[in-house]
Design a protein around this ligand. Structure first.
Ligand code: PGA
Length: 252
């Protein structure tokens, strides 16, 4: 069973249109020969159109960082799946810890978003991860398993080929404190075990489980060498072309 390998950049609230286009122009050039790895950039909404246009015909996909689970409507400030597709997105990050933490997104809401994304043909990356406090109390496995199970509620097995999971321990995001490769691998195995319980072992073996949290050129090789780590969701280090390109070209 070969799993997809996904290297994704989550740009968060960084980059103007000019900066975004310059960054992807460089990535398009330096990563043109990469095969067998899915490369994804997730810029802010305001630069998606320009980025997708600049990447047309390349091996780099474009994704949103969030969506609102309705086609259109009176939802001031929100962006719909139809709009993401319209500007050239094929993927969407859902349930990022910053959304959960700062915008009170619940597992139920994230699940609703996941369903709608799939309905529209956007491939979701479902983010899960525990806080430092939860890890301190030894509850990381329970917390993450719950997020996986609730996030995937009523998602049918046949849709799972388009779903990736990102394990992002909150204490490792933007802090420079990466999980050790062993810690990441252990939690990925827990997630795969959850998937196995929900969908059976064969399907679980095929799901791409990415790691996120201070992934850098200097630690990506060791993380990707772990048997259960299939990809990376990269924040800070994806804002620089050379550093993201090195991550995409991880060696393991
Ligand atoms: P980081 O962010 O790489 O800057 O830690 C990862 C993420 O939040 O997806």
């Amino acid at each position: 069973m070969t799993r997809k390998v996904i290297l994704a950049g989550n740009w968060k609230m960084y980059k103007t249109v000019g900066e975004s286009v310059a960054l992807v122009a460089r990535l398009k050039e330096t990563l043109a020969d990469v095969k067998g790895r899915e490369i994804l950039v997730c810029p802010p909404f305001t630069t998606l159109y320009a980025v997708a246009k600049a990447l047309q015909g390349s091996n780099i996909q474009v994704g949103g960082q969030n969506l609102y689970p309705a086609e259109e409507g009176a939802y001031t400030g929100e962006v719909s799946p139809k709009m993401l597709l319209d500007v050239g997105c094929s993927c969407v990050i859902l349930g990022h810890s910053e959304r959960r933490q700062y915008f009170q997104e619940s597992d139920q809401f994230v699940n609703q978003k996941l369903k709608v994304a799939l309905e529209y043909g956007l491939k979701p990356i479902l983010c899960v991860g525990e806080t430092l406090e939860q890890r301190g109390e030894g509850r990381q496995k329970t917390v993450v398993s719950m997020q996986v199970e609730r996030g995937l509620q009523e998602i049918p097995a046949e849709a799972m080929k388009d779903v990736a999971i990102a394990y992002e321990p909150i204490w490792a995001i933007g802090t420079g404190h990466t999980a050790t490769p062993e810690q990441a691998d252990e939690m990925h195995a827990v997630i795969r075990n959850n998937l196995s319980g929900l969908y059976g072992d064969q399907l679980a073996q095929g799901v791409c489980i990415m790691y996120g949290g201070s992934v850098k050129p200097g630690n990506v090789d060791d993380l990707m060498a772990q048997p259960e780590v299939d990809g990376a969701l990269v924040g800070g280090a994806s804002l620089d072309a050379e550093s993201f390109a090195r991550i995409v070209r991880f060696q393991s």
